[in-house]
Design a protein around this ligand. Structure first.
Ligand code: SF4
Length: 193
C-alpha cells in the first residue's frame, strides 16, 4: 500500500513510523531509524525496507484489489466492529465469496472468557497477566490467537519468558517479569517482502 496512508497518522499522533522487513538486520535498522527520529524530535514515515517497499506501493496490486474488493465493516479482536475497516468481495465477484457460498456467517470464533487477547493486542495488558498463560494456554494447546503462531505476542512471551528451561516448558517464573506499560514512542511496521 505504500507509505502515503501512514503519513497523516504520524502527523496526527506525532509518532515516528518506520517500515521495515522481517530479517534481523531489517528490524535492527528499523529500530535505529525510530531512535534517530526520536532523538531528533521528528515524527515522519520512513522506509527502511527500500529493497522491497516503494513509496507508492505496488500499484498493479492496488488496482486489482480495488477492482475485486470494496470496503466493509469488520470485527476486530478486542475492538469490536470498526466501520469500513476491512474488505469484502464486490457484488460482481459474489459467487466466489466462501462466506455466502458455504453459509459461514453462522460460524464465530469465540475465545474463552478468561482470554485477554484483545487487551494484549491493544497493549493494555501483558500476556503473563492472563490467568491461562503458560498454564492452560501454551503453544502446544493455544486457547487464543496470540498463542497460536510463533510471532503472536503470547507465544513470544511464552518462548522467551524468564526461567524457561532449555529442555522444555515448566511453570514460568512470572513474578520476575517487569515490562514498562508506557505508550509506544514509535511504530515499526514489518512489511511482507
Ligand atoms: S495466554 Fe492464551 S488465553 Fe491468555 S491472552 Fe494469550 S492467547 Fe489468550
Amino acid at each position: 500500500m505504500g507509505l502515503e496512508g501512514y503519513r497523516r497518522i504520524a502527523t496526527k499522533y506525532r509518532k515516528p513510523i518506520v517500515v521495515t522487513g522481517f530479517e534481523p538486520v531489517d528490524i535492527l535498522r528499523g529500530i535505529c531509524c525510530c531512535v534517530r527520529q526520536l532523538e531528533q524530535g521528528r515524527h515522519e514515515v520512513e522506509n527502511a525496507y527500500a529493497r522491497s517497499v516503494r513509496a507508492k506501493g505496488n500499484l498493479l496490486a492496488q488496482r486489482q484489489i480495488e477492482e475485486v474488493f470494496q470496503l466493509a465493516d469488520r470485527k476486530w479482536r478486542g475492538r469490536g466492529v470498526i466501520p469500513a475497516s476491512g474488505l469484502e468481495l464486490r457484488p460482481a465477484y459474489a459467487q466466489f465469496d466462501a462466506v455466502r457460498r458455504f453459509g459461514l456467517e453462522r460460524i464465530s470464533a469465540e475465545e474463552p472468557t478468561e482470554c485477554i487477547a484483545g487487551q494484549v493486542l491493544q497493549g493494555l495488558k501483558r500476556p503473563y497477566e492472563c490467568p491461562l498463560f503458560a498454564r492452560q494456554c501454551t503453544p502446544e494447546h493455544p486457547r487464543g490467537a496470540p498463542m497460536v503462531s510463533a510471532e503472536g505476542a503470547c507465544a513470544a512471551y511464552y518462548r522467551y519468558r524468564p526461567g524457561r528451561p532449555a529442555d522444555g516448558p515448566k511453570e514460568p517464573a512470572l513474578s520476575s517479569v517487569s515490562v514498562s506499560t508506557r505508550k509506544p514512542a514509535a511504530y515499526l511496521l514489518l512489511a511482507m517482502g
